[in-house]
Design a protein around this ligand. Structure first.
Ligand SMILES: [Zn+2]
Ligand SMILES: [Zn+2]
Length: 141
């Protein structure tokens, strides 16, 4: 079996636990981690970019001014496109996102600066944790 992107012969875990591109074709680790993952800004786990920025999902805004909105916090993506970008810059579309919470303290990490981006995406697990924390009564109505 070969990597669907670069053609390299897949070996080891690339065969037994393959990673996939956006067409669900197996790709090698190099292509996968180079092109198809993002890093969660809370737990720093990798997640497939197909989950990134989905409608209904959550994003974190660390630097409101840079992101082109009013305040930092956790925002829900209501519709696409949720950001606009030009060659050197990107900013969020205010009408496409809704603030659902202030910035949680557990999201601030020691290595803050957060890769220099004003916004961050969250893995599905962290999104679920934040949703649960925001609505503790929902589980026991
Ligand atoms: Zn490859
Ligand atoms: Zn996470």
């Amino acid at each position: 079996m070969n990597c669907a992107d670069c053609g390299k012969v897949l070996e080891g875990e690339e065969v037994t636990a393959p990673c996939y591109n956006l067409d669900e074709e197996p790709v090698c680790d190099e292509c996968y981690y180079g092109n198809y993952v993002f890093t969660c800004c809370r737990c720093e786990n990798y997640e497939h970019i197909k989950h990134r920025g989905a409608i209904g999902s959550l994003i974190a805004v660390f630097d409101a001014q840079e992101a082109g909105i009013d305040t930092t916090g956790i925002y829900r993506i209501l519709k696409h496109p949720y950001y606009t970008h030009c060659y050197i810059d990107a900013w969020l579309n205010k009408e496409a996102i809704q603030k659902i919470a202030d910035f949680p303290s557990d999201l601030l990490r020691e290595d803050d600066g957060l890769w220099g981006y004003p916004t961050g995406h969250l893995c599905q697990e962290c999104q679920a944790k934040i949703e649960t924390a925001l609505s503790p009564t929902q589980e026991n109505p």
